[in-house]
Design a protein around this ligand. Sequence first.
Ligand code: GLU
Length: 577
Amino acid sequence: MNKPLITTLIVFLIAPAWAKQPVATGYGGAVATISDPASKAAMRILDAGGNAIDASVAAAAALGVTDPFSCGIGGGGFMLIYSAKDKKIISIDSRETAPAYFNPQIYQKEGKDMEWNDVVPSGISVGVPGTVRGWHEALTRYGSMNMAQVLQPAIQIAESGFKVDANFYRINKVNEAKFARFSSSSALYLKDGKALELGTHFRNPDLAATYRALGKGGVKAFYEGALARQIMQAVNQPPVQPGVSVLTGQMSLADLKDYEARLRQPIHSTYRGLDLYGMAMPSSGGIAVAEALNILEGFDLKSMPREQVEHLYIEAVKLAFADRNAYVADGEYTDVPKTGLLSKIYAAERAKLIDMKQSHGKASEGDPFLFQDNQHRPLPAKVSLITEPAHTTHLTVSDKEGNIVAYTFTIEDWGGSGIVVPGKGFLLNNEMTDFNFKGPHPNVPEAGKRPRSSMSPTLAFKNGKPVFSIGSPGGSTIITTVLQTIVNHVDLGMPLGDALAAPRLSQRNGDKTQVETLLKFVGSPQAKALEQFGHQWSETDQIGAANGLQFNSDGSTTAVSEPLRHGGGSAIVQRPQ
Ligand code: GLU
């Protein structure tokens, strides 16, 4: 036999042991991320004795290298932790904050909204990054390793590099024009003004050096001193190419130094005997998912055919989105009627608006204040949904002690603001464009405020025992992806891996429901069955790239990731079954 053939055969025979796979079941720790090197980074930390918190930061740091257009230390996110020892769910909010110069008119020019495309690739879209402070809080309070230890696998990936694959290329290509505006970003991600070719060996030694500096200097090495000054300068005098001019920010060193991650009480709700925990404001995710599930709980979904269940899911989420759009924003700045929005009585009232046989048009917001403290207040002015494209990343890790992490983090748009901090190897976020550009609205920009998010890391328990974790990227489609995966799993009885892989129906109180060309939904029997209810489709290539863990009754864990979306994810367990 010739040598290449033998090699091929060997690879084929041993492949199942190490090849990237979307579903894995076993014992000990488990991880699911959208990137194989990131899942392996988490596993390396678990194998070295780290816990789920250590491993989640290791995976996140690796994702900052392999998925730099979706996430990184230039952005922010939300982490849910289940501490098995304390039997407690903790949520860490490391969402970006608006610098002190922000005000409600910041995105207004001559009485009109500024163009989103002018604001994003500029200094005024950048919020104070929260990710490093979030990692610090997670590690120092709940981890067992230090920053230097958990960043080690990511440093190695950044130094040794990897081949540009189809997914990296696809997203880099979308960003070509944005990166071309900035010299630092062009130098890192473009060659002669074009996205790096497929198969190019990509290394990021600058990011490796930045991670090393964080390992050595800790959180202060990011928020104070030389790096803080360089971040501030990149925001206030973006490193534009000759002839390019962009809007400039006015971030101060105090904005960076004063940044705090917040430990918040998670949103708790129940659904068919499960206790669900999600992210509180400034994310709208926990509340919107809970409200939609509360509405659905009034229907006996288990006894219904799939199309009837999906019809109700679409209608319920419209109602939840109408409320989310009207009322949810940073709870430190605005009076969010959280109790009313989470009330089962309120949900039962909202459910009465659903027609079992016919899709209703767009929903209006209800009056959750009546279910809050019996005080009626004026409704906020109606505003249309701002554009929220589909990016970000979600990862989840568990360990042998039973700790679990569900962590969604982002730099907002693909490629964020497009500004790489010169010589530092990471992109700055454009999270401030998650504010509504115009008021009056609870989500208008304000100094120190955090823009409303949709990120929805979710943990489910039954009788105090973990049942599953789930989360996704995708802007406001995050809410529908998480919700639909829960309905698929809990009501339609699909194993979590199938629930996550199924075609997505994203209805966010628009005219049409968004579906995926990747899964060839339009024209399928499932689509036709739903069209009987009057549903109409708009197509996009793919929605979300979710990751989850299912905790099985025999004590094993099934890690689940995407078989197709975002190039396919990677699920790994410590001791395969
Ligand atoms: N900025 C979005 C949010 O916080 C996440 C970005 C995305 O997934 O597109 O909800």
